[in-house]
Design a protein around this ligand. Structure first.
Ligand code: BGC
Length: 247
């Protein structure tokens, strides 16, 4: 079985056709820069461009980088305020004619890792943390997803959220050295570890490739590993959401 998976991100919108038996991409990955402003209208056009690029006729799975409930944006996140209350599957279906299954981007990355990657066959509580423009999370118990968690929004101090302190965007904004960033990530993981006592952390997003550089600074007992599919986990997990018809 093959499905088109799309991963909407703050800087790029990426798609590929995914073999859902093996979890491998069976097409080249195609990336289009996220249009600015990243309004519903502009992103819907980019989604149509991607669907046309693959000449795709069937269901599409799509990872989306905002807080969601049943495919409806709770806020516009790092995209645009106009996404608030948008029913994303309805919008994309209107634009393309295809049926869409919308899942939070970090939930998607986690789903991919639990099925094919670092979380395969891991029992207990597994937490996927994606670190990029934002910080996203996916929570799993015995491989089953508890959707819509927003652990990047845990408060840090003075009403500020951890995402604004420890994301890759924060690293760039504050021009942090590896050591300084590692210290912030340590504080973050230590806090989440204390709150949820998971059995395993999987790190995804752009930071999955860099984990080796700051891993030693994250001094917690819980095991912490990079996503096996690195940045493709979001695409693969999005396709899985369509396979399982998650709503
Ligand atoms: C959003 C999450 C998303 C994360 C990573 C956060 O700002 O609230 O829903 O998963 O960014 O894209």
């Amino acid at each position: 079985m093959e499905i088109l998976g799309i991963d909407v991100g703050g800087s790029g919108i990426k798609g590929a056709i995914v073999n859902l038996t093996t979890g491998e991409l069976t097409s080249e990955r195609h990336r289009i820069s996220t249009p600015r402003p990243a309004t519903p209208e502009n992103i819907a056009k980019t989604i149509k461009e991607l669907v046309n690029h693959f000449n795709w006729k069937g269901d599409v799975g799509c990872g989306f980088p905002t807080p969601l409930q049943h495919g409806k944006c709770q806020t516009g996140g790092n995209l645009h305020k106009d996404w608030k209350n948008t029913q994303v599957d309805v919008l994309f279906k209107k634009e393309t004619g295809n049926d869409f299954y919308i899942i939070n981007d970090a939930d998607a990355a986690g789903l991919s890792e639990m099925n094919f990657g670092a979380g395969k066959d891991v029992k207990g509580v597994v937490i996927m943390i994606t670190i990029g423009t934002g910080i996203g999370s996916g929570l799993f118990l015995d491989g089953k997803l508890l959707p819509n968690s927003e652990l990047g929004h845990v408060l840090y101090k003075n009403g500020e959220i951890f995402e604004k302190y420890a994301s890759d965007a924060a690293r760039k904004r504050d021009d942090l050295s590896k050591k300084q960033w590692g210290k912030r990530l340590h504080e973050y993981f230590q806090h989440i570890n204390f709150i949820l006592s998971p059995d395993l952390f999987i790190v995804g997003g752009g930071a999955s490739k860099k984990l080796a550089k700051f891993e030693k600074q994250i001094d917690i007992e819980t095991k912490i590993v990079p996503a096996k599919a690195e940045n493709n986990a979001g695409i693969i997990g999005a396709a899985l959401a369509a396979k399982y018809k998650l709503k």
